[in-house]
Design a protein around this ligand. Structure first.
Ligand SMILES: [Zn+2]
Length: 392
């Protein structure tokens, strides 16, 4: 349950950050810090941004979806406008060329990316980008394109939220077996549905989590619950239309699988499968990849290279450095609250501080790292290397 204390802490945190952003922005400290950082990385900075859903009305979507993935169309447009004041928004290929030194840039560069291939990226983000002539990348899980299948994390989030609302415990929901043990672990300490979801996804193999989602939907009678249209996957036509305007398609596995929680042999198969499906559907090479949940390993990166991918993005919120590993590109994940000031309203100062990574520079926020051990397990049994082994 989200208690009063958590709400108060969240509000105080936001107020402090909003106030700090205003001071940093208006005193010129933000500009100064970015000059220092530019020097530290030895040239132009390369900023990769990650969004998920772009919705018409943030408040209206808040109660019925995993809202930490959402940003309002209006806020998204403002982000691009503020970003353009400090950065050239370029294609991923151009940004990679700046990083590997084969291309010079007179300004810092930024790339707009979207994960998961939600339909409302086509409906609400694409028109803004087309108007502003901004390129980008949508990383899509290939098995979902053109279907009415809802992504596993959205289904699990809804189930966890309904359990919470109805006061149903992990044991009482009647899932049984390993799924019940996982739920007990994830719900320990009564976290928010967002935190419980993150625990499930980061700890356990994706295929079994999809089974858990189905069982939970069955037990909770969620079969008739409707998801928003914008939460459904894009169609091939949408992807091709965006591609023709410079918003290209990248790969995000087939089933939105956290590859470090799968055996390496299975990860390899899924990487090959998603590339083949995407290239057939897009009728062109697909060379860029995004790790699900931002988790990667040396083995998975090697598999991507072998399959012909030239880049892969994480969700490690750190600066990219020239000559850095193109299979572990750093990215900043943004949503509505990332630029919400003290009162929850849009703060241009906070948005500017995000794009300049001012808080990262000041070491106010620690990045969540995505590197994991390679899962060489071939027997399918739990091994010490598996992050989920301790949980059965
Ligand atoms: Zn994803």
């Amino acid at each position: 349950m989200v208690g009063l204390k958590e709400r108060a802490v969240e509000l105080a945190r936001r107020a402090a950050k909003g106030a700090a952003a205003a001071v940093l922005h208006h005193s010129g400290a933000r500009e100064l810090l970015s000059t220092v950082q530019r020097r530290a990385v030895g040239g132009r900075r390369v900023l990769l941004l990650s969004y998920h859903r772009v919705v018409a009305d943030f408040a209206a979507e808040k109660d019925r979806s995993l809202y930490t993935l959402n940003i309002a169309q209006d806020t998204f447009r403002k982000h691009l406008e503020v970003l353009q004041q400090s950065h050239d928004i370029v294609s991923l290929d151009d940004a990679l060329a700046v990083l590997n030194g084969s291309r010079q840039s007179t300004r810092d560069v930024a790339v707009i990316t979207f994960d998961d291939g939600y339909r409302d990226v086509y409906t609400h983000a694409f028109p803004v980008m087309r108007d502003m002539r901004v390129p980008g990348v949508v990383y899509v899980p290939s098995a979902f394109i053109g279907t009415d299948r809802v992504l596993g994390h959205d289904r699990l989030y809804l189930a966890l939220k309904r359990m919470q609302e109805r006061g149903i415990s992990a044991m009482a929901v009647g899932v049984g077996g390993q799924g019940e043990r996982w739920l007990i672990d994830a719900l320990a300490g009564e976290p928010t549905a967002n935190v419980a979801l993150e625990r499930l996804i980061s700890r356990y193999p994706t295929p079994q989590l999809l089974e858990l989602a189905s069982t939970l939907e069955d037990r909770l009678g969620l079969g008739s619950e409707k998801f928003a249209d914008g939460q459904l996957p894009m169609t091939w036509e949408m992807l091709r239309e965006m591609d023709a305007s410079g918003v290209i398609t990248g790969a995000h596995t087939a089933e939105h699988t956290v590859l470090t929680n799968a055996r390496l042999a299975d990860a390899r198969r899924e990487i090959a499968q998603c590339r083949a499906v995407l290239e057939k559907g897009m009728k062109k090479p697909v060379r860029h990849f995004a790790y699900c949940n931002g988790y990667y390993s040396a083995g998975v990166a090697q598999a991507l290279r072998a399959e012909g991918f030239v880049s892969a993005v994480t969700t490690e919120d750190m600066p990219n450095v020239p000559g850095g590993d193109p299979y572990a590109l750093k990215r900043k994940v943004l949503w509505e609250a990332s630029s919400a000031g003290v009162l929850g309203d849009y703060s241009p100062a906070l948005a500017a501080c995000q794009f300049d990574d001012t808080f990262g520079l000041l070491a106010v926020q620690k990045p969540v790292m995505g590197a994991r051990p390679t899962n060489f397990d071939t027997a399918g049994k739990a091994s010490a290397e598996k992050p989920f082994s301790a949980h059965g």
